[in-house]
Ligand binder design. Structure first.
Ligand code: F0G
Length: 956
């Protein structure tokens, strides 16, 4: 798609994820039209209304005719630097209209531009221009007086500075005496600094004034503003709940010109105060910030403040004005008068791009008209259409404005009825005229993971908009800075029937939110696969509530666990309202979530130690399945997924978590945590305990099968990797003989030998530490002639393992403790088998294994054909270990996957143990050593965590 590839890459992806990607080829009145897959035209009722710009409806015929007529009449488009009478007439009409509504009689001078943000920037620019001129004048007066003192015969008079009450910092703090000249120079410097000080603007919390370099600094939303903060416009954001901030700002931005006056024999310091505040920007009703009005007395307080501070009040009516709120200016409804007004959006008759900054003539600096200009401003077509639009608005004693009021009241009353019927869903209904907000309650903690995640990602209103567009033929949008507020700004030509239609659809939204039903939302995202939502029944509210052990146990750490879906089909376990989706639909939905994979955290649950402490354990899921993870690995592009994992860990850290376990593929794609750089977080892949529990499973499996490990041969298939070789090393402590089996591919024998050498080195370490009583290999190794000498001689050298390997081979020959082979047939000699080969599909089956064998398959994907258990009742086949928690704690039912309520996967349990034992460092990070496995097994035992059962399903 060109629009995605050449215009807005990420944005289009997001729209796709929300079911909002539609191309409208035609628009008229209150409708926009797109074509469905069969090419049929589908009409959508527009309650978004161009973020307020479409007040006159789409392509109003009168305005369209006017534009066509003008173009056909060759009205000049490029007539810059000439008399623009259309602009003149429009400005005159606007000035009269403002006076009419405000009961005023002042001329307003219009500076025209092309967008709302530009109109704001013009206001800011003019305010600063005026300020500079004023300051210069004041400075000149004060400076002139000071300069005169220097010329007087008192210039060198000695002054007692302590008597003068000078501001600190003006002169060195220890200086008590100085000449008049010195003091004057310091004062002139002070005044000069004031002259060159930067402007300060005040705007409101949740304000939106545009996204250009300066206007974006006046826009409260951090995500828009923060990256550009260094451009530097200084802005204070005022919280309307704390009007006392105004007083505080008065004090903070009071500046004093300093001068001196002779009085009798001495000099007196004179302070002439002024305010550094350059302008105050206010949307009378905030649009993008969530349709917010302020208390009536607040508007008055603002006006008073601006009068006192002598700074202009810049009223941004870009969205609220020009009829949107039912009057020409929304501010007139609050009896608020501004010094500047910004208009745009509907000003162009919902057809042309035009904006106007109107400034009271008494505040306007005529020089500004000379230094500010824009190529496309003041064009005849836009200005004439705007004039027609203004006439339309005011015609017949404001009939259109009254219509807007009437429809607005009807819509608002209908929304309030919905709120009364769904107080648990609808938080508030706000606004005036056709500028209304419908606020939904926060659904954090919803038992629907899709809903909770939409909330978590600040996308609830967007995903609802996607549903309404795809299934209800309605266009709405949330306000950008508060996605729980659905903005309703339909054209004035909206009909009462269309309003009723909207209310019926919003009622469905309320129902789905109340019942925690995410199916319609998924159907919005996947409308191509789910063309009909149908009647929905069932309440999913209570189904997945997490077990809450009531416990006064002290929480010693907060542990996060980064996970993902094992299989897309399991998504309906996590969100039970999605049971009706097919596996394919779930897969597609999850795939479309790719631009925003952060699911809402699930938890916390309390996991207790038997020692009387506990950790809070929370999942931070990535909305993706194992296949998507495997695709990252196959593609070799790990940067994106690593960044997503990093962000999850950061989320957890921001929520106060100090340990993060990496589950499933997240540890693999991060090279067992090593590819992550997140300060102040102890990380673990959980591999040490996973190995430990796998080993325990083998041990218990042997008991079950009646095998004495010390008598048995164990085989490790694919013994080259770190995990497999650590397993092999640990097995070597227990068994009679170990066979390392490789693929036979290039270098396989060498890699296996390397593993054998590592195992010998581990054993030698145990011997040197005199800690090998339980270690069968070490015990026997030590008894072999020549070994003690080798260890004594080469104990510290890196090649000890290699030497031992060679030595044992020479001494024991065929009977060496460890043998290396590329032949799968030797598997038959082993009754303990660990499978850890890296192979794209299963390659071991019923024919490969010895009678009564214990087989532990830890490979991903599995090495053993899953038909084996059915074909070979004699063998015990398992997938590693699951951990039993000591006091019955476990995950919420919807995220247990294959676990029982008092179980955790070993990798999870390791992160829990890190928390319980107060570890602040990474644990299983990179390669795992045999000591790490032993240590974590000991910690697990201390806290009462042990092997639960053999894991016999594919649950990673
Ligand atoms: N001021 C206000 C009050 C606005 O609502 C907007 C835009 C602007 C200025 C900037 O106008 O986009 O023409 O440069 N508001 C839109 C919104 C985008 O989402 O409400 P622009």
């Amino acid at each position: 798609m060109d629009y995605r590839d050449y215009v807005r890459p990420k944005y289009v992806e997001l729209m796709q994820a929300l079911g909002l990607e539609k191309e409208f080829h035609r628009a008229r009145g209150s409708k926009l039209y797109y074509r469905d897959a069969q090419g049929a035209e589908v009409a959508v009722t527009d309650f978004l209304g161009g973020y307020g710009a479409a007040l006159f409806g789409h392509n109003d015929p009168q305005f369209v005719d006017a534009v066509c007529d003008m173009l056909r009449a060759d009205v000049p488009f490029n007539a810059q630097m000439s008399v623009r009478s259309a602009a003149g007439e429009l400005a005159h009409q606007l000035s009269d209209a403002l006076n009419g509504e405000l009961n005023n009689s002042e001329r307003y001078i219009s500076t025209f531009s092309n967008s709302g943000a530009e109109s704001v920037e013009i206001a800011v620019k003019h305010a600063e221009y005026r300020r500079q001129k004023n300051l210069q004048q004041q400075f000149d007066e004060v400076d002139f007086a000071l300069a005169q003192l220097l010329a007087s015969d008192k210039a060198y008079a000695e002054l007692d500075l302590d008597e003068l009450d000078l501001p600190s910092g003006l002169l060195p703090s220890n200086q008590s005496y100085g000449t008049l000249r010195q003091l004057v120079e310091a004062l002139r410097q002070h005044n000069l600094e004031l002259l060159h000080s930067e402007p300060v603007f005040i705007a409101m919390r949740r304000s939106f004034h545009g996204k250009l370099v300066n206007s974006v600094q006046l826009t409260h939303g951090r995500q828009y503003r923060q990256p550009f903060a260094r451009f530097g416009l200084q802005v204070e954001f005022l919280d309307p709940q704390q009007p006392e901030q105004l007083q505080e700002m008065k004090v903070r931005y009071r500046r004093d010109w300093l001068s001196l006056e002779w009085q009798g024999e001495g000099v007196q310091l004179r302070r002439q105060p002024f305010s550094a505040i350059t302008g105050f920007l206010l949307e009378p009703i905030q649009g993008e910030g969530g349709i917010n009005e302020f208390p009536a007395e607040f508007y008055l307080a603002v006006r008073r403040f601006c009068n006192e501070q002598q700074c202009p009040l810049i009223i941004d009516e870009v969205q609220s004005g020009f009829g949107r709120a039912g009057t020409l200016l929304a501010s007139s409804q609050f009896k608020l008068q501004g010094d500047y007004y910004c208009l745009s959006k509907a000003l162009g008759g919902s057809l042309t791009k035009i904006a106007a900054t109107l400034i009271r003539a008494s505040h306007y600096d005529p020089d500004f008209s000379y230094i500010h200009s824009s190529t496309f401003a003041e064009d005849d077509v836009s200005c004439r259409v705007a004039s027609l639009a203004l006439q339309r608005l005011l015609a017949e004693d404001g009939a259109m404005l009254k219509d807007v009021q009437k429809k607005g009241e009807y819509l608002k009353a209908s929304l309030v009825e919905l709120q009364q019927a769904y107080p648990d869903v609808v938080a508030d209904v706000r606004g005036r005229g056709l500028l209304l907000g419908f606020e939904l309650h926060d659904v954090t903690g919803s038992s629907s993971l899709v809903q909770a995640s939409a909330q978590y990602n600040d996308a609830l209103g967007y995903i609802i908009a996607g549903y309404l567009l795809q299934h209800e033929q309605l266009r709405v949008a949330p306000s950008g800075s508060n996605a729980n507020v659905i903005r309703l700004e339909p054209p004035a030509c909206i009909t009462f029937a269309e309003i009723d239609g909207l209310i019926a659809s919003l009622q469905k939204v309320c129902e789905m939110l109340r019942r925690r039903d995410a199916f319609p939302l998924v159907a919005g995202v996947c409308a191509d696969l789910i063309p009909e939502v149908g009647e929905r029944e069932g309440n999913f509210q209570e189904q997945v509530s997490a077990p809450k052990p009531d416990s006064a146990v002290p929480v010693v750490a907060r542990v996060a666990f980064i996970n993902h879906l094992i299989d897309a089909d399991m998504f309906s376990d996590v969100d039970p309202s999605l049971a009706a989706l097919s596996a394919e639909q779930k897969r597609v939905f999850i795939q479309r979530m790719a631009p925003e994979r952060r699911s809402a955290p699930i938890g916390p649950v309390l996991i207790r130690s038997r020692l009387g402490t506990a950790v809070e354990f929370t999942l931070y899921p990535l909305c993706m399945d194992s296949n998507a993870m495997a695709e990252y690995i196959a593609s070799g592009d790990l940067a994106t997924i690593r960044e997503e994992i990093t962000n999850r860990i950061r989320d957890a850290r921001a929520d106060g978590y100090s340990v993060a376990g990496l589950g499933m593929y997240t540890s693999i794609v991060t090279n067992n945590c090593q590819a992550l750089a997140v300060p102040d977080m102890a990380l673990t892949s959980g591999n040490a305990l996973t190995i430990g529990m796998g080993l325990e499973a083998i041990e218990q499996g042997c008991v079950k099968q009646g095998l004495d490990m010390a008598e048995e041969t164990a085989a490790v298939v694919g013994a080259a990797g770190n995990i497999a070789s650590t397993y092999a090393s640990l097995l070597s402590e227990k068994v009679d003989h170990l066979i390392l089996i490789g693929s036979g591919r290039d270098g396989s024998t060498r890699r296996l030998e390397k593993t054998a050498q590592l195992i010998y080195a581990d054993a030698a370490k145990a011997i040197r530490n005199d800690n090998f009583a339980q270690d069968r290999l070490a015990t026997r190794l030590q008894q072999l002639p020549g070994v003690s000498e080798l260890i004594a001689q080469h104990g510290d050298s890196n090649d000890l393992g290699q030497r031992l390997f060679r030595h044992v081979g020479e001494q024991a020959g065929e009977n060496a403790f460890i043998t290396v082979s590329n032949d799968l047939q030797v598997l038959k000699r082993a009754r303990i088998v660990l499978c850890a080969a890296n192979a794209p599909e299963a390659f071991l089956g019923a024919d490969h294994f010895a009678e009564n064998a214990v087989i532990c398959d830890i490979a991903v994907p599995l090495n053993v054909d899953q038909a084996l258990p059915e074909q070979r009742a004699d063998v015990l086949y398992m997938h590693g270990g699951i951990v039993q928690t000591p006091l019955g704690d476990g995950l919420a039912p919807n995220v247990r996957a294959y676990l029982k309520q008092d179980q955790l996967y070993a990798c999870m349990a390791e992160s829990v143990l890190m928390g319980l034992s107060g570890m602040k460092q990474h644990y299983s990070y990179g390669d795992i050593s045999r000591e790490q496995v032993q240590q974590i097994r000991a910690i697990a035992a201390t806290h009462g965590f042990g092997l639960a059962q053999f894991k016999t399903a594919n649950s990673l």
